[in-house]
Design a protein around this ligand. Structure first.
Ligand code: ADP
Length: 455
C-alpha cells in the first residue's frame, strides 16, 4: 500500500532528503493525535524506540484542562511522564505535509513499561486479544461525516463560530456537480490519505449543505481505528491548508444534520474465513453473527457512552434525521441503530449507526467488540429483525438520550467492568461526569437569547 514505511525505507528517504520530520503521536481520550515532531535523524537514532509525554494527556478534557479526581494521575502525584513507544508497523508518509512521516505510539507506564490500561489503543488491543484467543479477528470500517466551511478555522474563530458559511448552498447528498466545486479539498484528502497507507474507497456529498462523507476500505480493528484518528487529523490539516474549516462535531448547529461515524463490523477466522457468513442460513447470517449482534443489542445502553462521549453527541439523536434513536436491528434499514448490510454474501456485516463523528474510534471499537464477545460467550439469541420505521415504532429499546443516562449505564455495566477492568471504567465515568458538570455550569447562547429580556 502506498505510503507505508519500513525503518529501512525511512532511512533511505531521510538520506535522499525526502523526509526530515517524523511525527510521533498517541491517541488521546478524545481520539486526537497528541505528540511531538522529531527531526528524522534523532528519530532514527533513538526516538524510534521510545519518547515521553506528560501523563495528563489521558486525563484532560477537550480543552486540555487538568481535571481533578482521576486515580491514574493528579497534581498530588505530580503529573509525571508516560513512555510513548512507536508502533513501527504504523510508520507512514504524510504526503500533504512536506518531508513528513508519522508513527502511532503505544502509551506505557513510565516505571513498569506495561501498557496504560485506560489508553484507548491499549483498550482496543485487549479486546482484540480476547477475540484472538477465541480464534477470531474483527474487521471494521468506520465511515466519517463532517461539515466543510467556506470560512477558514481562523475566520471561524474570529466570528466566534457563529454565522459560518458552509461550502455549499444546498443539500449535496450524492451531488456530483456540487462536490465538483469542493474538489480542491476533497480530492486532496482522498489522494493524501491514499498516499498515507489509508485506502480510500470514495467521498461523497452528504445529506445537508456542506456535509461530506469519506469511506475507506475495511481493515482489522486496530489498523482501522488508527486510520480513523489519522483521517480526522488529515481532513483538518488539508482543509486548513486550503483556507477552509471542517467540523466533526456530532451536531455543530441545531438546524443542520448531525455528523455520524457508522461502524461496519464483521468477524473472520485467523486464517481469513468470514465467520459471519453461512450460505445455508437465513440472510446468510451465521449463528456467530446472530450471537454477536444479540450482544450489541443487549448491551446497547452500556456502550452508548463510547459511541456518544460528549454533551453535544446527544443533540444528534433526533427522530427522522437518519440518526438512530432505537437499539434494534434490521435488514438494510437506515432508521435502525444496527443495520445488516451485504445479506447473503460473504461480506455480510452489521453496521452500528449510533456513533457520532466525535467518537474515539479505539474506544468505540473496543466497546462494540466487548459487547459482541458477551453475546457469543453467553450464546444470546437474536430477536427477530425490526421492520418499518424505527423512529415511530413503539415498544423498542431506546438508546440513552442524555449523557447522564449513558454515564449511569456505563457505570453499572458488569459486562464492561469485566471486559475493561473496574479502574478503566471508573476513569471514563469520571471523564463523562466532568463533561456533564462542565456543561451544567455554563450559560449557553440559547439561554441568553431566550431569557435576557423576557425572563
Ligand atoms: P453503505 O454505503 O451501504 O454503508 P458500502 O458498500 O459503501 O456500504 O460499504 C461501507 C463500508 O463497509 C466500507 O468502508 C467497506 O470497506 C466496509 N465493508 C465492506 N465489507 C466489510 C466487511 N466484511 N466487514 C466490515 N466492513 C466491511
Amino acid at each position: 500500500m502506498a505510503g507505508k514505511l519500513t525503518m529501512d525505507a525511512l532511512k533511505a528517504a531521510a538520506a535522499a532528503g525526502e523526509i526530515d520530520t517524523v511525527i510521533v503521536a498517541q491517541v488521546d481520550m478524545q481520539g486526537r493525535l497528541m505528540g511531538k515532531r522529531f527531526h528524522v535523524d534523532f528519530f532514527l537514532d533513538s526516538a524510534f524506540e521510545e519518547t515521553h509525554s506528560c501523563n495528563y494527556l489521558l486525563a484532560t478534557d477537550m480543552e486540555m484542562y487538568t481535571v481533578e479526581g482521576y486515580r491514574a494521575t493528579s497534581w498530588a502525584a505530580g503529573y509525571g511522564d508516560y513512555t510513548m513507544r512507536p508502533d513501527l508497523s504504523t510508520l507512514r508518509r504524510v504526503p500533504w505535509l512536506e518531508g513528513t512521516a508519522l508513527v502511532i505510539a503505544d502509551v506505557l507506564d513510565h516505571h513498569t513499561h506495561g501498557e496504560v490500561a485506560h489508553s484507548p489503543r491499549a483498550l482496543l488491543k485487549k479486546q482484540i486479544a480476547r477475540l484472538e484467543a477465541m480464534g477470531m479477528r474483527a474487521m471494521m470500517a468506520s465511515e466519517l461525516e463532517f461539515f466543510l466551511f467556506r470560512d477558514s478555522f481562523e475566520q471561524a474563530q474570529a466570528k466566534g463560530w457563529r454565522g459560518l458559511e458552509r461550502i455549499s448552498a444546498y443539500n449535496e447528498d450524492y451531488h456530483i456537480f456540487q462536490t465538483t466545486k469542493e474538489e480542491a479539498v476533497m480530492r486532496a484528502i482522498r489522494n493524501g490519505l491514499n498516499g498515507a497507507d489509508i485506502p480510500v474507497e470514495n467521498s461523497k456529498g452528504e445529506a445537508d449543505a456542506g456535509q461530506e462523507e469519506i469511506n475507506v476500505r475495511y481493515a482489522d480493528a486496530l489498523t482501522m481505528a488508527d486510520r480513523h484518528a489519522i483521517i480526522k487529523n488529515a481532513c483538518k490539516e488539508i482543509a486548513w491548508q486550503n483556507g477552509h474549516a471542517v467540523s466533526f462535531m456530532a451536531k455543530w448547529d441545531d438546524r443542520a444534520a448531525g455528523s455520524s461515524s457508522h461502524i461496519h463490523q464483521s468477524l473472520w477466522s485467523l486464517d481469513g474465513k468470514p465467520l459471519f457468513h453461512d450460505p445455508q442460513a437465513e440472510h446468510g447470517m451465521s449463528q456467530t453473527m446472530r450471537h454477536y449482534m444479540a450482544g450489541l443489542l443487549a448491551h446497547a445502553a452500556e456502550i452508548t457512552y463510547f459511541l456518544a462521549p460528549h454533551i453535544n453527541s446527544y443533540k444528534r439523536f433526533a427522530a427522522g434525521t437518519f440518526a438512530p434513536t432505537k437499539a434494534i436491528w434490521s435488514m438494510d434499514n437506515r432508521t435502525a441503530g444496527y443495520r445488516v448490510c451485504g445479506a447473503d454474501t460473504k461480506a455480510v456485516r452489521v453496521e452500528c449507526r449510533v456513533g457520532g463523528a466525535d467518537l474515539t474510534p479505539h474506544l468505540a471499537f473496543a466497546a462494540l467488540i466487548a459487547a459482541g464477545i458477551a453475546g457469543i460467550e453467553n450464546g444470546l439469541p437474536l430477536e427477530p429483525a425490526f421492520v418499518g420505521d424505527a423512529y415511530h415504532g413503539t415498544d423498542v429499546r431506546e438508546i440513552p438520550r442524555t449523557l447522564r443516562d449513558a454515564t449511569a449505564a456505563l457505570d453499572g455495566s458488569k459486562m464492561l467492568r469485566e471486559a475493561f477492568g473496574d479502574a478503566v471504567i471508573d476513569h471514563y465515568v469520571h471523564a463523562a461526569r466532568w463533561e456533564q458538570q462542565e456543561y451544567d455550569r455554563h450559560v449557553t447562547d440559547w439561554e441568553v437569547k431566550r431569557g435576557f429580556e423576557r425572563a
